[in-house]
Design a protein around this ligand. Structure first.
Ligand code: HEC
Length: 152
């Protein structure tokens, strides 16, 4: 948990210091963070498929997806959100400028995903009911941040 908290704090600190990034880094950082989001969506989709009964529940596969989602939530965001990479400043991103004005809240919303992913990693391999019970919280943490900080 301490390591995950550190990741979130590093993310916030780097967003604050982001002005030192050269422009060339911006396009790469945007692609990389969108890649992180795509991985989130992929593993959430695997778990959601089982939760809805579209895919047969398999404890091992559920555990692997949940562990992977937690790993994706635990990567360092330090270089992914440079200053000037918001949707008002550059093309190819839906990141609202408000992100860079609300570090504490963005950090809290990132932490919420990590916590929900850790809960899912405990639940997913137990049984289908446990997986289903952990699903709402996890999806909710994605939606809360998108509502506040992702443009259309
Ligand atoms: C702390 C805020 C935050 C959290 C938490 C978050 N997202 Fe995102 N998400 C964003 C932002 C901001 C963007 C827009 C990024 C960009 O375009 O640069 C985004 C974009 C996306 C995209 C589109 C990626 C693309 O290729 O353009 C997907 C899919 C996505 N998120 C899925 C998820 C899922 C699933 C979760 C939860 C497991 C999640 N996100 C959690 C903020 C967040």
């Amino acid at each position: 948990m301490a390591k995950r908290l550190l990741t979130s704090l590093t993310l916030m600190a780097t967003m604050a210091a982001g002005a030192s990034f050269a422009d060339g880094h911006i396009a790469g950082a945007i692609k990389a963070r969108q890649g992180q989001m795509q991985l989130y969506a992929h593993y959430l989709g695997v778990l959601g498929g089982m939760a809805r009964g579209n895919t047969e529940y398999n404890a091992e596969a559920a555990q692997a997806a949940a562990d992977s989602l937690l790993a994706v939530a635990s990567i360092s965001g330090a270089t992914l959100w440079p200053q000037g990479s918001d949707m008002d400043s550059v093309e190819g991103t839906r990141a609202k400028a408000a992100i860079w004005e609300n570090f504490a809240d963005v950090g809290a919303k990132s932490m919420a995903v990590t916590t929900a992913a850790a809960n899912m990693a405990t639940a997913a391999g137990t049984d289908l009911e446990s997986l289903r019970a952990a699903m709402g919280d996890l999806g909710g943490t994605c939606g809360a941040c998108h509502k506040a900080y992702r443009g259309r």
